[in-house]
Design a protein around this ligand. Structure first.
Ligand code: IYR
Length: 232
């Protein structure tokens, strides 16, 4: 009998067969380029249409994001979808209160200068215009029976990957997104009544861009400038 070369590292319960579709090199390159072209349409949008978006579409995007790899497969993210006008209003009010202090007192000049090309300020009307505010919470631990805590591993990395997949899924569906980080974001835990083991990670307004939406003329660095093979 042939012994698999993997056998020594393979515990008996790791037994589900795994394979992937194999593409010819040209077909693989075409597929990547098509994905890249979809992602190139994504811009951080601050001007949303109030046109409604079906809830099923957001659910489908979360379903895709939820496939992200995570530390020990704990899936340490929760996606809280806000489409209630009263909650959106409360979130806008609280975010603008923090952002006003940040822009006027907390952010050093160097940071404000870095943001100047983006054109942001403390006003966040998109928090009420966008049909959805998707708030990603990072789960640091989950309460377990008997008062113990089930710990997450690599929660920030895991949430970052899940949020990235969510943005990609929205983009693929033709939905505009913004990665908004009102700071500090503790107010989201209060308003959305989240348990203590969860911390707000990212606030993502989602919807269609307004007909007159504009974005800054940003230039992305070429991939070759952010990549290197082996030692430089
Ligand atoms: N959180 C603030 C400031 C801000 C910070 C960075 I870094 C940005 O890329 C954009 C904005 C805000 O949302 O306005």
């Amino acid at each position: 009998m042939d012994e698999s070369p993997h056998a020594p590292n393979r515990p008996p319960h790791v037994d589900q067969p795994f394979s992937l579709p194999r593409y010819a090199a040209e077909e693989a390159a075409r597929r990547v380029a098509a994905f890249r072209d979809v992602m190139a349409t994504r811009r951080s949008c601050r001007f949303f249409s109030d046109e409604p978006v079906p809830r099923e579409l957001i659910v489908a995007c979360v379903d895709a994001a939820n496939l992200a790899p995570s530390g020990a497969n704990r899936q340490p993210w929760r996606f809280v979808i806000v489409d209630d006008a009263v909650l959106k209003h409360e979130i806008r009010r609280a975010a603008e209160e923090e952002e006003r202090v940040s822009y006027e007192q907390r952010m050093p000049d160097e940071w404000l200068e870095a943001l100047h090309p983006i054109g942001t300020d403390w006003r966040k009307p998109f928090l009420e215009t966008a049909p959805y505010l998707v708030v990603v919470f990072r789960v640091d631990w989950e309460p377990r029976a008997g008062g113990t805590k089930l710990k997450s591993y690599y929660a920030p990395e895991s949430c970052g990957i899940a949020a990235g997949l969510f943005l990609a899924a929205c983009t693929y569906a033709g939905l505009a997104t913004l990665t908004h980080t009102p700071s500090p974001m503790g107010f989201l835990s209060t308003i959305l009544k989240r348990p203590t083991g969860e911390k707000p990670f990212l606030l993502i307004p989602v919807g269609y861009p307004a007909a007159d939406a504009v974005v800054p003329r940003l230039v992305k660095r070429a991939a070759g400038d952010v990549m290197t093979f082996n030692v430089t």
